[in-house]
Design a protein. Structure first.
Length: 123
């Protein structure tokens, strides 16, 4: 596994939105989906408002590979299921970064949404 560079972490972590494309079994990329991304320490996370039933989330579970584009950084990534112990820090990061969207953020803090928390690891 490769680590994120500090520059990539800063750029992606500061980006308002991230474009995510998951990889199909044949290696082709699905259509991009625009979602929110948060940084916790040296890791980047995304989660689905619809939880594990969300279409883009389901796409990440078939091959666990894809590409992200945010803050001027485009990288191949692996999608890793976050551990439950990471949820509280990710919740806090969503509140800190996107708290001004008070009508949306609570939807990312439900138990259903938490179960879809993915860590993005550069590959």
């Amino acid at each position: 596994m490769t680590d994120w560079s500090s520059t990539d972490l800063e750029k992606i972590g500061a980006a308002e939105e991230l474009s995510l494309q998951s990889e199909r079994a044949d290696g082709s990329l699905r259509d991009p989906v625009t979602i929110w991304v948060v940084r916790v320490s040296d890791h980047l996370y995304v989660r689905s408002v619809k939880g594990t039933k969300g279409p883009w989330y389901r796409g990440t579970t078939s091959h666990h590979q894809g590409r992200v584009d945010a803050g001027g950084v485009r990288r191949k990534v692996s999608f890793r299921q976050a551990d439950q112990r990471e949820y509280a820090d990710v919740d806090a990061a969503y509140n800190d970064k996107y708290g001004r969207y008070a009508s949306i953020v609570p939807n990312l803090l439900t138990d259903e949404a938490r179960t879809s928390t993915l860590r993005l690891d550069p590959s």
